[in-house]
Each structure stands twice: as structure tokens, then as C-alpha cells.
Design a protein around this ligand. Structure first.
Ligand code: ATP
Ligand code: MG
Ligand code: MG
Length: 348
């Protein structure tokens, strides 16, 4: 079959590759790290720096289409892909890899992010805290994930002791929410949009811990407005593939947190819990195929991340016939590192 190129070598790429294999495609991973867990399940692996134009061009020559599993791929070097299509379009990458441009972009489309201000110096931070107030969160504009590159500021004095990194930042007001959820949609090459059910997502220390479906009614009430915004984002970017927007459910309606131009951890439940998984629909979209149904395939679904080096009793997890165990094949557990997940279905 044809070859799909995947930029980035983590578990999301691995799960895209597994779905692609099921549809008869072969995959070629491009990543700078030698120990890629996506490459482990792919036919081809190019281990090279993002800005290695020669390696990137050879990779592109092997691929019918290229996608990404990681939103922090630098955009400039992707010119070396030449005529090989990159989907979703690089504009989605560009917008979503900078928290400031992302918030700005979504605001222009009518979205409602937490109050925010760019911070490039200690003086900017003092000004932002004066304008927005405390508590708040200072975040690096680029390269953050799983809550990395974030500082919680409870009182203005907290800012004094901070050793600010020499990188652009954004300060945002702390949102009081009763729940978190995401909108995960897939937009086909023909503009067809399918939405996955929105799970109730619980984060611990800035990392997704648990997604539960169906979500409580108070959360579900906020999904239509959130979907409307996500559709506007997808249309404005002429998006092809799976797109995720994260939201805080508040008494005043959904507040936009961030977007990810890719398949998402809060959609892992869809592998067994939806008619078609986010990974399969992403592959279908970037290959120009019709999309599969996104409805729930069970009465309820729960997805729990396996994080860090807690000892896990795999046989005990697997002894429960409702459980599905996914292990990502990472060699070393580190605190906060996502090692796998367990999906539990509630059948009728
Ligand atoms: P990832 O990309 O892995 O989802 P991230 O590093 O980009 O994570 P954020 O989504 O910005 O991090 O924040 C992680 C979590 O921290 C959020 O899901 C939420 O629980 C909390 N959080 C972040 N920003 C705010 C905010 N302004 N108000 C309240 N809670 C917040
Ligand atoms: Mg993020
Ligand atoms: Mg997030």
C-alpha cells in the first residue's frame, strides 16, 4: 500500500500507525530521538534533526502524505517536504504551537479564553498580574505539554522569586471551573465534520489522568457552543484530520483553554469506545477516504492514564474482561511520563 509519513515519534504516532496498518498503509516515522516508540511499529524510520533538509526531502519522497503527532514540530524546515502534502496544513501547526497566537486566533473567531497577556520581562509580568489579577498561571508560549513550562502564581509576591526563562511567556487568569472537557472532531478532505462525544477529563498535576463518558449533564450542556467554536477553527484553517480543543466548563459557559492540531490523549477511549477511533478517522481524513461513525460503541467508557513508575499488576487489569490495556513500549518510566492507558467499557 501507500506510505503515510508521521512527524514525531511518540505514542500518538504509534497509535496512528497501528490504525493505518489496519487500513493497509505502511508508515514512515521521522523523529529526532533514536528511541521512537512509533518507529517500533512502522516499516521505516528516519532519525534526523528537524532542520536536516536532506533527510526531510528523502522522507517526503517515500510518502504519499505526511501528518504530525506532535504540535511542536518547527514549521520552517517543513518546506523540505516539497510537493508531498502535509495534513493538517502547516498553518494549524503554526497557530497552535504558540499559546499567544492560538488565544488570539480563537478570540477572533468568537472564542472565550481566560484573560491573558504576553510576558517578555519581569516588568511585563508585574503589569500582567496588576491587570489580570491572581491567581494566575504563567506559561511558556511554546513547547509546553503535560503542564511543563508553567508556574502558578497565587499572590503577586510569587512573581518576585521567579527565575524567568529567556523565552516568550503568557500570563493567564486562573479559571474556576466545575469540569474540563475537550471537543475532538475530524474533518475530512471534503469538509465533512464528525464530532466525538466529549468526555469529562480530570487532570492531576497538569496531566490528564482520567476521561469518562458519558459526561455529566451539566458538562454536556456546554458542548454545543464548544463544538461551534471548534468547527469555526477547523473551517478557518481548512483543516483535514483530527483537531482537539480543550475547554473549562464554568458557570458562565465554556472557556477555551488550548488547542491541539492532532489526535489527543482525551480521545484514547475511542479506540474501543467509539464506532471508529480518532486514529482511524485521522488516517481516513488525510488519505481522502470517507470518515467512520464517531458515536459511542458502549454504554459508558472510562480511560485511565498509566503515569510514571507505579507498579502495575497487568494480569489483574486484564483479568477484568471489561478492560483493555495499552502499553506504549517506553523503556524507562519517569515521574509524569505517560506509559500506557487502560480503557474500561460498560456494556449494555
Ligand atoms: P497538554 O498539552 O498536555 O494538555 P499543557 O502543558 O499544554 O498540557 P494546559 O492545558 O495549558 O497544559 O494546562 C494543563 C492543566 O492545568 C489544564 O488542563 C488545567 O487543569 C490546568 N490549567 C491550565 N490553565 C489553567 C487556567 N487558566 N485556569 C485553571 N486551570 C488551568
Ligand atoms: Mg498543550
Ligand atoms: Mg492541555
Amino acid at each position: 500500500g501507500e506510505t503515510i509519513g508521521i512527524l514525531g515519534g511518540g505514542q500518538l504516532g504509534r497509535m496512528i500507525a497501528v490504525a493505518a496498518a489496519q487500513l493497509g498503509y505502511r508508515c514512515h516515522v521521522y523523529a529526532p530521538e533514536a528511541d521512537s516508540i512509533a518507529a517500533d511499529v512502522c516499516a521505516e524510520f528516519t532519525c534526523a534533526a528537524w532542520d536536516d533538509a536532506e533527510a526531510m526531502a528523502r522522507f517526503a519522497a517515500d510518502c504519499a502524505v505526511v501528518t504530525y503527532e506532535f504540535e511542536n514540530v518547527p514549521v520552517g524546515p517543513l518546506a523540505a517536504l516539497g510537493d508531498t502534502p502535509l495534513l493538517p496544513h502547516p498553518r494549524a501547526l503554526e497557530t497552535a504551537q504558540d499559546r499567544l497566537s492560538e488565544k488570539h486566533f480563537v478570540s477572533q473567531l468568537g472564542g472565550n479564553p481566560a484573560p491573558y497577556a504576553p510576558v517578555d520581562s519581569a516588568a511585563d509580568l508585574a503589569e500582567a498580574i496588576a491587570a489580570i489579577g491572581v491567581p494566575g498561571i504563567l506559561k511558556t508560549r511554546r513547547d509546553g505539554y503535560d503542564g511543563k513550562g508553567q508556574w502558578r502564581i497565587m499572590t503577586p509576591a510569587d512573581a518576585d522569586g521567579l527565575d524567568l526563562p529567556a523565552t516568550p511567556l503568557v500570563y493567564e487568569g486562573f479559571i474556576t471551573f466545575f469540569a474540563e472537557f475537550s471537543v475532538i472532531l475530524c474533518r475530512g478532505a471534503d469538509g465533512d465534520i464528525r464530532y466525538f462525544d466529549s468526555a469529562h477529563n480530570v487532570h492531576e498535576s497538569g496531566i490528564l489522568a482520567l476521561s469518562t463518558l458519558p459526561a455529566p449533564a451539566a458538562l454536556l450542556e456546554q458542548v454545543p457552543a464548544a463544538r461551534e467554536l471548534a468547527a469555526k477553527v477547523a473551517q478557518a484553517l481548512d483543516y483535514v484530520g483530527v483537531l482537539t480543543l480543550e475547554f473549562f466548563a464554568t458557570q458562565d459557559g465554556p472557556v477555551f483553554n488550548e488547542m491541539a492540531p492532532r489526535v489527543h490523549n482525551s480521545g484514547h477511549w475511542s479506540i474501543e469506545g467509539a464506532v471508529t477511533s480518532q486514529f482511524e478517522n485521522h488516517v481516513r481524513a488525510i488519505c481522502g477516504l470517507p470518515l467512520g461513525g464517531t458515536g459511542l460503541a458502549a454504554k459508558g467508557v472510562e480511560m485511565r492514564n498509566l503515569i510514571g513508575d507505579d507498579a502495575h499488576d497487568w494480569p489483574a487489569i486484564l483479568a477484568d474482561p471489561a478492560n483493555h490495556l495499552h502499553l506504549y513500549g517506553k523503556a524507562a518510566a519517569r515521574p509524569g511520563r505517560k506509559m500506557g492507558h487502560v480503557t474500561r467499557l460498560t456494556l449494555g
